[in-house]
Design a protein around this ligand. Sequence first.
Ligand SMILES: [Zn+2]
Length: 308
Amino acid sequence: MEEQLPASEESSGMVKSGEKMKLFYSEKFLEYYEPGHPEAPARLKAIVDHLARHARAEFEEPRACPEETLLLAHSAEFLNLLKSEKFFERDSPALPGIYRYAVLSCGSALQAMQEASGGQTAFSLARPPGHHAGRCRVGGFCYLNNMAVAALAACQAGRKVAVIDLDGHHGNGTEEILRGRENVIYVSLHQVPAYPGTGLSSFENCYNFPLPPGTGGKKYLATLDRALKVVAKFSPEILGISLGLDTHECDPLLELCLKDNDYRSIGFQLSKLGRPAFVVLEGGYDPETIGHAFHCFLQGLTRKETKP
Ligand SMILES: [Zn+2]
């Protein structure tokens, strides 16, 4: 039986960046968009508005990621291609200024990681997402791999990191970049079959837990329990959590069936590892539900830090 979060902790708690945790966010993340594209500003705005309204959250402005840190995960040629905006990928269009936004999104993840390294849980509320971006390619709405950059920067600083990818899609880019690297593991729960078609089995330091369409909270939490045993055995100093809310039953892109309360349980299960975490936003495409689902996750993860 999964341990449940006590009901008394389920009401909204105050979330104040700088006291109990850090929340990194910039209004610049809302500036770029492609008409009709599901990776739209409304999804991030829904999370930020929800946290501001229901948890009185305060946010810190992130800084751009230094280029030498980007080079931990990406090639110099690829960075130049992104800067030139002369690439074509149907799902990840070369929008004006996209490199600047991607570098800021990476910087937000990097700062969240640095907070976690100092023992404080931190969240990067940013777009574009990153987990489909490979060392030399964009893909799946992603340009730079925020999580891989932050995780490798942590490794460079001598930290042992477990990356736990809870987006409903497999993080093929993160897996590609972290595969075979020392002091880091990649663990992912995701729907199969679905985009990008990878993540069917485990190898080296990459542990994949595919889930069939229709998977609900009970099966998801039982699978997460197995995945977290791998993480506990690895004994990381910090957790890097790629959080996608496209596992929600209302999400238009996938057929997983998590409910809001499941996110509280997922966060709670992660908190039991007893390690500081940095959470990086990946996907999630239903602006109606994404805000509350994110808040539930935050409450579960920081259960000792939210006041009833
Ligand atoms: Zn996704």
